[in-house]
Ligand binder design. Structure first.
Ligand code: GTP
Length: 597
């Protein structure tokens, strides 16, 4: 396709503002799919995406409109996938900014739109859902101008649902988004935008060609991974797969190259010709790094192999999550897993539970701490990255502990602001900025990531009746007064429950934890002390009193069938208990105790 007939764009939108509905409309209007082939939402093709209404993996489609090829690049819609978003945006020259005509601009929209502006995108505002009675397109236009600072004179008023404004949007893309630049004669230079595992094709790689061209049979090189592969398919999604002879400069499409695992493909990598390579890789490449870690253990120890298999399968398709085997005295064998963020963690956990039918225990999510040691360890190392609170070195060996911080932007209607500010304060937040636009406040806070990974987002949503939106970026490590809090049941530490906390919040956290455990651990024939401790010092304590003997005696009276039922029930219950020292802790206790109150 000649460069001047090409347009590459993405759609920026806050969750629920109608991105998928609009994308489907554009596909339908340009003839990619017949009416009967339009399932509810073509682009969000994973069940969990559908249920949660979020886009996890970027998809892209090639549309044809009035002699032009328009490539629609879908972007993941959540902060956890910010790097993927940045690569997708880097592959485009423009964006549709979809804003709900009744809701207006939200924090997530802002974060993405700023990125889009940084990539020098031409932005076309689309005011969606104008069919709604509550739609206020003029107010939203003014808001876009005031808050984002972009011109809205070429904004399109649309209803993706009723099909209003669709032709106008397609025309605006051709008219306003600049065609890509590129040199067909230069050596191949393409960006690896995304990849996923397909059971029939193997790993499918989404690329944006910058210079040169790519075709079947070509020997290519991934510059950062430093591997070579043979291209065996080239094509595009319309949205059905269509093979093409080649992809030239400016084009977006896919290749396959007999690759078995997505871990071999890194988002943002530069693809070039193995024999005639380009001089420099593309700028902006980053290796993905897990931010949040937790242990995943099977409830039933016999499921360990199944868990291993399922995790390996998931990993085939998601290189951004990591795992290694871990064993815990309380929970047995499991895996320490790393995720891009909490949502990513939840998605993986949910898929394991649902698709692979596993009962899992998740230990408290933790961030990565940097520990500086007073003396080098035997290997000569003085700084370690701590992924698991259980591996924390002895206090007297620690010089400093640093934790990751984030800058959070929270956007919330005025009436809920008070509660949100208090929440940020309680989480050791530092207010950086507070501004008001049209009845809504934008609060910018610096916060320790550790205070955010537990339940910050849920609290934010409940304090604001769902109206607050939240976005964050990491801003580096800072030293903090951090300590390891252990939980002791009957004088023995339960490693799965230990966590790293700030000294100022340790007592509250410890008290909450022992109080919950007191409710959750059943009585035994003896007294069980439950303690939270820092080093040797107990900071909170509860005691479960002993059970009276006649309680058990009573259970075993009655007729035979009732007795058997009880015994069966007890057996089942027992399978779900973990013997800990002399104390049995039900699985639910772990799960519930780890949930922050
Ligand atoms: P994510 O995939 O989570 O990013 O959401 P999205 O932005 O793709 O939103 P989606 O297209 O799933 O639309 C969200 C909801 O808004 C759905 O219930 C749609 O039916 C509805 N919706 C989308 N466009 C319109 C519109 O023009 N008018 C009305 N009334 N509803 C719309």
């Amino acid at each position: 396709t000649p460069l001047d007939k090409l347009r590459n764009f993405s759609i920026i939108a806050h969750i629920d503002h109608g991105k998928s509905t609009l994308a489907d409309r554009l596909i339908q209007r340009t003839g990619g799919l017949a009416e009967r082939e339009m399932s509810a939402q073509v682009l969000d093709n994973m069940d969990i995406e559908k249920e949660r209404g979020i886009t996890i993996k970027a998809q892209t489609v090639r549309l044809e409109w009035k002699g032009h090829v328009l490539n629609l690049m879908d972007t993941p819609g959540h902060v956890d996938f910010a790097y993927e978003v940045s690569r997708s945006l880097a592959a485009c020259e423009g964006a549709l900014l979809v804003v709900d005509a009744a809701q207006g601009v939200e924090a997530q929209t802002l974060a993405n739109v700023y990125q889009s502006i940084e990539h020098d995108h031409e932005i076309i505002p689309v005011i969606n859902k104008i069919d709604l009675p509550a739609a206020e397109p003029e107010r939203v236009k003014t808001e876009i101008e005031d808050i984002i600072g972009i011109d809205t004179s070429n904004a399109v008023l649309a209803s993706a649902k009723s099909g209003i404004g669709i032709d106008e949007i397609l025309d605006a893309i051709v008219a306003h988004i600049p065609p890509p630049k590129g040199d067909i004669n230069a050596p191949l230079k393409a960006m690896l935008v995304d990849s996923w595992y397909d059971p029939y094709l193997g790993v499918v790689i989404l690329i944006r060609v910058i210079d040169g061209s790519i075709r079947k049979g070509q020997q290519i090189k991934f510059m950062n991974a430093d591997t070579t592969h043979l291209v065996d398919r080239v094509g595009a999604f319309r949205p059905k797969i269509e093979q093409l002879p080649d992809l030239g400069p400016g084009e977006i499409g896919f290749i396959t190259a007999q690759i078995k695992e997505v871990a071999q493909t890194m988002v943002g990598d530069t693809i070039t010709d193995a024999k005639r390579p380009t001089a420099e890789p593309l700028p902006g490449f980053k290796e993905v790094q897990s931010v949040v870690f937790c242990g995943l253990f099977p409830v039933d120890a016999a499921d360990f192999d199944k868990l291993r298999e399922s995790i390996s399968k998931l990993r085939l398709n998601d290189a951004s999550f990591t795992f290694e085997m871990e064993s815990s005295a309380a929970l047995g064998f499991g895996f320490r897993c790393g995720f891009l963020g909490l949502l990513h963690l939840e998605i993986i956990q949910e898929r394991l539970t649902r698709e692979y039918d596993l009962d899992l225990i998740t230990t408290a999510p933790s961030v990565v701490y940097q520990i500086e040691l007073t003396h080098p360890d035997p290997a000569g190392i003085t700084q370690i990255d701590l992924h698991n609170p259980a591996d924390m070195p002895d206090v007297n060996k620690i010089k400093t502990i640093s934790e990751p911080w984030i800058q959070a932007t929270i956007y919330v209607p005025d009436e809920y602001l008070g509660g949100i500010l208090k929440l940020c304060q309680d989480r050791r937040g530092i207010q950086m900025n507070l501004t008001y636009v049209g009845g809504r406040a934008q609060a910018v806070y610096e916060l320790p990531l550790n205070e955010v990974v537990f339940d910050f987002y849920d609290r934010l949503k409940s304090l604001s009746k769902g109206y607050a939106s939240f976005d964050y970026e990491q801003i580096g490590y800072r030293e903090g007064d951090l300590v390891k809090m252990s939980i002791l049941v009957n004088e023995e530490p339960v490693d799965a429950l230990s966590m790293i906390v700030h000294r100022s919040t340790a007592e509250t956290r410890g008290r909450g934890m022992v109080e919950r455990l007191k409710e959750l651990i059943p009585r035994h024939l003896f007294k069980i002390p439950i303690q939270a401790a820092i080093g040797g010092k107990v900071i909170a304590r509860e005691t479960i009193s002993a059970m009276r003997k006649d309680v058990t005696a009573k259970c075993y009276g009655g007729d035979a069938s009732r007795k058997r039922k009880l015994l069966d029930k007890q057996k089942k219950g027992k399978a779900k208990m973990r013997e800990y020292g002399s104390v049995s802790i039900p699985q639910e206790a772990f799960i519930a105790a780890l949930r922050m109150g």
